[in-house]
Ligand binder design. Structure first.
Ligand SMILES: [Zn+2]
Length: 201
């Protein structure tokens, strides 16, 4: 640990920021310098936004999304198809799909993946809630959008087993050649998956 340079209040802010993903101690220090130099234009609005988010951010009790209302805006939007449930590992995945406008239905956030190594069991994830939701008449399709990792695929298989008695169509995101991708640059796993999930042309 380097010895503190600034006062304890400033060091505390650096430590807090360094805990954020993508920000190490160095970039946290740089960020804090900017904050202090631009107190009025950067720090003040950030502080106000943080306070407001702290007070208002909630986890949706239906799907697990993060919003300022519960149920979240996606769960109550009448223009979205309540019949198609897209299952994701994390809110970040939900937001990524929303950014891409890739899904017009509803979501279900699992809160992680099954992992024997990390001791994450089905009861640690929101799988029971998913089964309850899928059993409702309005739900006709469950789209498994877990990551293409071993844990993500294991979780998708487990969920498929749990949903056998629900009258829903189960689909999975296709894994394959990325848009704009050149075959020569793809790793073997991606190429094999793309070949396996080929479709009629
Ligand atoms: Zn929701």
């Amino acid at each position: 640990m380097p010895s503190p340079i600034a006062g304890p209040e400033i060091e505390r802010l650096i430590d807090a920021l360094a805990k954020l993903p993508g920000l190490g101690p160095r970039s946290a220090r740089r960020a804090v310098l900017t904050l202090i130099k631009k107190k009025d234009t950067v720090m003040e609005p950030l502080s106000a936004a943080l306070n407001e988010a702290l007070e208002k951010a909630k986890i949706c009790s239906i799907c697990g999304n993060i919003d300022t209302v519960d149920p979240c805006a996606l769960c109550t939007d009448p223009r979205r198809d309540p019949g198609a449930l897209c299952v994701v590992e994390d809110v970040a995945d939900l937001w990524a799909l929303e950014r891409a406008v890739a899904h017009k239905g509803r979501y279900h956030v699992l809160g992680g993946t099954l992992s024997a190594l990390d001791g994450i069991r089905p009861e640690d994830l929101h799988i029971d809630e998913l089964v309850d939701r899928a059993a409702k008449d309005e739900v006709t399709e469950v789209i498994l959008a877990t990551n293409a990792t071993v844990e993500g695929q294991t979780t998708a298989h487990y969920i498929t087993d749990r949903l056998t008695n629900c009258n829903v169509k189960i689909s999975r995101l296709a894994h394959g050649v990325p848009v704009g991708g050149e075959l020569d640059y793809l790793d073997d796993g991606t190429l094999t998956a793309a070949m396996k999930s080929r479709r009629p042309f």
